[in-house]
Design a protein around this ligand. Sequence first.
Ligand code: AMP
Length: 296
Amino acid sequence: MRVVRTVAQLREALEYMRQGGHTPIGFVPTMGYLHEGHASLLRRAGEMSSTVVMSIFVNPLQFGPNEDFASYPRDEVRDLELAEREGADIVFIPSVEEMYPQPIRTKVSVSSLTTQLCGASRPGHFDGVTTVVSKLFNIVQPDYAFFGLKDAQQVAVLRRMVSDLNMNVEIIACPIVRENDGLALSSRNVYLSAQERSQALVLSRSLQSVRQAMEEGKVRTVDDARNLLVSVISSSPLAVIDYAEILTFPELETLDGSSLLTDADGEIIMALAVKFGRTRLIDNNVFIPKEAHALV
Ligand code: AMP
């Protein structure tokens, strides 16, 4: 495994791999503090690609002024061990100065899909994501790029960006990896106190409750489902709901509250953002209500 810190070194390393015929190239962008969720992306990349590139970059552009850019957890030594163990061939760890040597005057921005959910709570966040991912795609020129459905809105936004701008890369969406008790893995879970950690289980539990209630025919409308999400989450005294929404996926359009879930064509997303103390956690479930119902 090669560790490179500059764009020039990365391009040279990739050129070497391409000349040796080690294609396709799979790319896994991350912000580091790696866990089993990131490992699952590396493994999927390894199955589909001859060269696996991972980037580790905490991108200041996607953090708001009052967010946790400065305190975002970092552990390069541990990250490199995990990357090597999970089969990365090249790890790109640029500095902020390397990625932004001059004030950036060009932005990539996806409209409409970025105004709701995390886009509403974190203004400018997705512009930061689409801009840095565009830069990384231009540098790496991967055949495949792997993203987790943990950040489902990010997947929807990036798919649209790639399609709108004819980028020559296929976005591969990978399933959410959870702890045994259901908590979705996140680098930010280290911020949680023991008490917050145990109450945070209401996120996955609320999603599960709606799925089960739907299958039992106890939840039929969009409003029923949203109310059940909110009531399960509110049973945890420390939970402060940022949003609990049910939208179409991947278009992220609102559904009429009184409409039946099973009337929705295609996939829908139940998406949550909930604060525990100063830690904001997200979770979601994407599914096809017609099929979920048919399972009964
Ligand atoms: P991050 O380092 O948090 O920016 O995440 C890098 C990539 O890993 C993104 O595509 C995330 O969606 C993905 N990821 C983070 N947590 C998980 C998880 N629990 N399961 C699957 N993918 C994840």
